[in-house]
Design a protein around this ligand. Structure first.
Ligand SMILES: *[C@@H]1O[C@H](CO)[C@@H](O)[C@H](O)[C@H]1NC(C)=O
Ligand SMILES: *[C@@H]1O[C@H](CO)[C@@H](O)[C@H](O)[C@H]1NC(C)=O
Ligand SMILES: *[C@@H]1O[C@H](CO)[C@@H](O)[C@H](O)[C@H]1NC(C)=O
Ligand SMILES: *[C@@H]1O[C@H](CO)[C@@H](O)[C@H](O)[C@H]1NC(C)=O
Ligand SMILES: *[C@@H]1O[C@H](CO)[C@@H](O)[C@H](O)[C@H]1NC(C)=O
Length: 941
């Protein structure tokens, strides 16, 4: 027996040793395999910044970052690799960690579909893949991981349906798939997840109804279904889940009534969010028995009827009943419920209180002074009356005070002084009266102050502009008077200033330029006078500038051109005058208005057209001054002239007939302005210096002259005019001079050259001197633009400019032919006679050949001047001795019109062999238009 015992013992020991040895060998193999699997995982994923640099072959994998092993056998039990920026797909290699309990790869960049063989991961308890880019469907095979307690797949890109198979996971406590793209309904099998405490399906595309089976989840505490497309009602079984602590179904399409005994069943309910659905009916009074509720949001539904008495909700921190149809009394007006005082029974923990946008009446709810922790108070958009209680001032943590769109009256209490938190104060659209309290200035935290549409009067307190936190100030639609305090410029962070529709007066202080971040400035409908300060141009962030319906005067400052972000500009109905600045900013605006300012004009044709303004007659005023000088100078000149002539006549050896017979203005010059003297012209043109010569025509030379004008000798200014001095050696010149004088005496048109005055005098040599003084056209004539002497000079007209010039010339012709009585024929229309002002508007000049058409066909033409135009532009019939006619002008007009778009002179060499320009043009196929057109036209394409 002894031996037998001994043998047995030996055998047992041997067997145990053998077993241990064998299992140790198995462990070693498994551990080695895990190490290989880890290395291969590291190899397959993208790993930034050596996040896994410690994972090296020569160290034990159990010491690697994020890896923990079983105490026996060094098998990987837990992989915890969140927030490492790992990328790649979750491939099958992970399935080799058969001892894995915990897999946490959350907050990485994994993408693609899950390819794990979950059937091999029988020990898995925790899966956390939160916040990656994993897509595809949620694998149903997860249901084979019977030990799973936590499954977190939220914030990925899973699509498809939730697999019903997951309902078999008896140990599952947390299931979160929120913020994915899951569709379909919630599987009824989820009612079998008997261990579930947290179910989060928020923000998917889940449709259909909430299965009543979920009411079987006896351990459920956190139930989050918000932001889906759920319909139907909340099954009453769900309200009966007594473990429920948090229930949110906001932003769905759920409807129906709340059960009468709602929230009596879940005694643990702390947070109930039903907002943004279509729940209807009354809010059951029983809700106030849910005394544990801290957060209650029923906003944006269709609840109606009276606000329940909340007296028992002693723990309420957050209450939102906004945007329903709640009223102060029952629908039958049967019993007036004293809900206003019931609020005062709420817990002093209350932080957020909102009953906005309902049908509530009565006075401002009482007792709010006890809520020392109140952060936001919203009763806006109701019909509350009476005054704002002064004791609101005790709420030192208040950040949002919103009472707008009620019928509150009385003065604004001094509630601002003690506000210590950043706050928005919106009291607009009430009947508040009196002054804006000065104590505002002590509240350094207000960001938005909206008092629009009240009955406030008094001046705007300077103190407002000490509130360095203020960004939005809206005081519009009140009865405030006095100036906008210049202190406004202190507030660099102001973004909105709207004081429109008040009775403000005084000037707009230049300091406004200090509000460098201002985006909206609305001063409209006040009585503000004086000039618009140029410093407004410093408000470079400005998008809306409305100064309409005030008494602003003077010019629009050029600085407004700097406002490159401006979208709306309204300067209408003021007393502004002068030229609208030319900046393109005035054209790019979608909404610009300058109407109702009688003195405004524009020097830029495009802007003038756009703003429907007249073209500036910038010289009108100067001309008036010039006129005054001329009138006074004329007498002196005449006197000097006479003395000069007298002395001249007395000069020995000089013939008397040098005295100008036409010393008096000829009858044909009557109506023109008084003449200017020869010496004035000589001075103005620096003695006809070559550098002032701007053109030489058939009948004389044109000089640029700078005349000094003064108004009553006080201010002197320079005016530049063109002086057309006639070459009287040419016999035709005199006739031409008279033709031009006579013609221009009768006509006024913005596209015709204006004659300022004439000079009819004797030059220093005693010879006759005749000159016409005309507007100076700084851009020269069209000829110079079409055929620049230096082709590389870059002189080029855009197609729009060319078109505008053509229109200008045509309107001048139209006027001459149809609106003059008798009609006038220009007879010499050519690019050289089309002059361009600084805005490239065309003015037709040189009426030296112009003549009046006989009013009766029987009357012969008065003039017999042989030349009827310039070569290349003369209508063919003139060459055959035809009479001047409007048709001749039309022909002539056609030639420059063509030239403008092909830039070839009618006298160009290529037109020799009888191919005249117009024939050439009609010979060209329309397809070839690009070949003949002026290449400069396409420069910008
Ligand atoms: C996973 O294990 C299988 C055998 O079970 C083996 O063939 C495969 O190579 C392993 N994969 C990795 C990445 O270690
Ligand atoms: C998943 O994402 C990958 C890119 O990461 C893409 O190629 C694939 O088409 C997506 N699959 C699905 C089902 O969306
Ligand atoms: C969800 O799917 C829709 C199409 O079904 C797609 O337009 C949308 O981008 C997806 N959203 C996400 C977060 O993948
Ligand atoms: C502001 O607070 C002080 C004490 O903190 C208090 O004496 C004063 O009355 C308060 N002001 C208002 C307007 O309530
Ligand atoms: C002030 O209230 C009016 C009317 O309710 C609103 O249109 C405006 O945007 C508000 N202004 C600011 C600055 O909040």
């Amino acid at each position: 027996m002894e031996h037998l015992h001994f043998l047995l013992l030996v055998f047992t020991i041997f067997q145990t040793r053998l077993y241990l040895g064998m299992s140790k060998m198995g462990c070693l193999e498994g551990a080695r395999a895990d190490k290989e699997a880890l290395l291969s995982f590291k190899f397959q994923v993208t790993v930034p910044q050596n996040a896994l640099s410690g994972w090296t072959r020569n160290s034990s994998h159990c010491t690697w970052y994020g890896v923990s092993c079983s105490s026996k056998g060094s098998r990987v039990q837990s992989l915890h690799l969140s927030w490492l920026g790992l990328g790649g797909t979750l491939g099958p290699q992970l399935s080799n960690f058969t001892f894995l309990h915990t897999l946490n790869l959350s907050h990485n960049l994994f993408h693609g579909q899950i390819q794990l063989e979950f059937s091999r991961l029988q020990l898995l308890q925790q899966i956390d893949l939160k916040n990656n880019f994993i897509n595809g469907t949620i694998p149903a095979i997860l249901s084979t991981c019977h030990n799973l307690e936590t499954l977190r797949l939220e914030e990925n890109r899973f699509s498809g349906k939730l697999p019903p198979e997951l309902g078999s996971l008896q140990k599952l406590k947390t299931l979160s798939v929120s913020i994915n793209n899951l569709t379909g309904s919630i599987p009824r099998t989820f009612g079998n997840l008997s261990s579930l405490t947290s179910l989060n399906l928020a923000r998917n595309q889940s449709l259909a109804e909430i299965p009543s089976e979920l009411g079987c989840l006896r351990n459920l505490q956190y139930f989050q279904l918000s932001g889906n497309h759920l319909t139907g009602e909340i099954p009453s079984s769900v309200y009966n889940v007594s473990s429920l602590f948090f229930l949110s179904v906001t932003q769905n399409n759920l409807g129906g009534k709340l059960p009468n005994d709602i929230v009596q069943a879940p005694p643990n309910l702390r947070q109930l969010y039903l907002a943004q659905n279509s729940f209807e009916g009354i809010v059951p009074g029983s809700i106030s028995n849910a005394s544990g509720i801290e957060y209650l949001d029923l906003s944006m539904n269709r609840f109606h009827g009276p606000v329940p008495l909340f007296g028992n909700m002693k723990k309420l921190i957050w209450l939102n009943l906004g945007s329903n149809f709640l009223s102060s009394t029952t629908a039958l007006n049967f019993q007036l419920i004293d809900y206003l005082t019931s609020f005062a029974n709420l817990s002093s923990n209350l932080q957020h209180f909102c009953i906005a946008n309902n049908l509530l009446t009565g006075s401002f709810p009482q007792g709010f002074d006890k809520f020392h922790n109140l952060i936001s108070l919203s009763i806006e958009q109701n019909a509350f009356t009476g005054e704002i209680p002064k004791n609101i001032a005790k709420l030192k943590k208040l950040q949002s005070f919103s009472v707008f769109q009620n019928m509150l009256s009385g003065e604004i209490p001094d509630i601002f002084g003690n506000l210590t938190q950043p706050s928005d104060d919106q009291m607009d659209n009430n009947k508040l009266s009196g002054k804006i309290p000065n104590s505002l200035g002590f509240c350094q935290q207000i960001e938005t102050l909206n008092l629009t549409s009240n009955r406030l009067n008094g001046s705007i307190p300077n103190e407002i502009f000490r509130v360095s936190s203020l960004t939005n100030l809206n005081l519009s639609h009140n009865k405030l008077w006095g100036p906008l305090p210049s202190e406004v410029g202190n507030l660099k962070q102001l973004q909105v200033v709207d004081v429109s529709d008040n009775q403000l007066s005084g000037n707009l202080a230049a300091s406004i330029g200090g509000c460098v971040t201002l985006q909206l400035l609305n001063l409209s409908k006040n009585n503000i006078s004086g000039g618009i300060p140029g410093s407004v141009g410093k408000l470079t962030s400005l998008e809306v500038l409305d100064l309409s319906f005030n008494k602003f005067s003077g010019p629009i400052p050029r600085d407004l051109e700097n406002l490159q972000y401006l979208k709306k500009l309204n300067l209408s109905f003021n007393h502004l005058e002068g030229e609208v600045p030319k900046g393109k900013v005035f054209l790019n605006l979608s909404l610009t208005s300058v109407q109702g300012n009688n003195g405004l004009c524009s020097g830029d044709q495009e802007i003038a057209r756009y703003l429907e303004l007249p073209q500036c007659k910038t010289r009108a005023i100067k001309r008036y001054h010039l006129l005054k000088i001329l009138v006074s100078a004329a007498g002196v000149t005449l006197f000097l002239c006479l003395i000069f002539c007298f002395l001249w006549a007395l000069r020995p050896g000089k013939k008397k007939n040098k005295v100008d017979k036409d010393g008096e203005p000829s009858p044909s010059l009557k109506g023109l302005l008084p003449m200017i003297s020869y010496s004035d012209i000589r001075l103005a043109t620096s003695n006809f210096a070559a550098e002032n010569l701007i053109g030489k025509g058939g009948f004389g030379s044109v000089y640029k002259g700078s005349f000094i004008t003064s108004d009553n000798g006080a201010n002197t200014s320079n005016i530049t005019l063109a002086v057309k001095a006639l070459d009287l050696q040419q016999s035709k010149a005199l006739q031409s001079f008279f033709a031009e004088c006579e013609t221009l005496r009768n006509i006024r048109h913005r596209n015709l050259m204006k004659i300022i005055t004439s000079c009819f005098s004797i030059d220093h040599k005693g010879d006759q001197f005749k000159a016409l003084l005309m507007e100076f056209m700084p851009s020269g004539n069209l000829d110079r633009w079409l055929y620049p002497e230096d082709m590389e000079s870059g002189l080029s007209l855009s197609s729009l400019q060319r078109l505008n010039i053509a229109i200008d010339v045509a309107s001048a012709m139209e006027y001459l032919h149809n609106d003059c009585e008798p009609p006038i024929v220009h007879c010499d229309l050519k690019p050289a006679n089309v002059l361009l002002d600084e805005n490239m508007a065309a003015h037709v000049g040189d009426f030296g050949l112009a003549r009046f058409l006989p009013q009766h066909p029987s009357q012969e033409e008065s003039s017999t001047i042989g030349v009827k135009g310039s070569i290349g532009y003369i209508a063919p019939e003139y060459g055959l001795g035809g009479k001047s006619s409007t048709s001749g002008d039309v022909y002539s007009f056609g030639i420059p019109l063509l030239e403008m778009f092909i830039a070839k002179r009618p006298t160009d060499g290529m037109f020799k062999e009888g191919l005249s320009l117009n024939q050439f043009e009609s010979a060209v196929d329309s397809d070839q238009a690009f070949e003949i057109a002026d290449p400069r036209l396409f420069k910008d394409f």
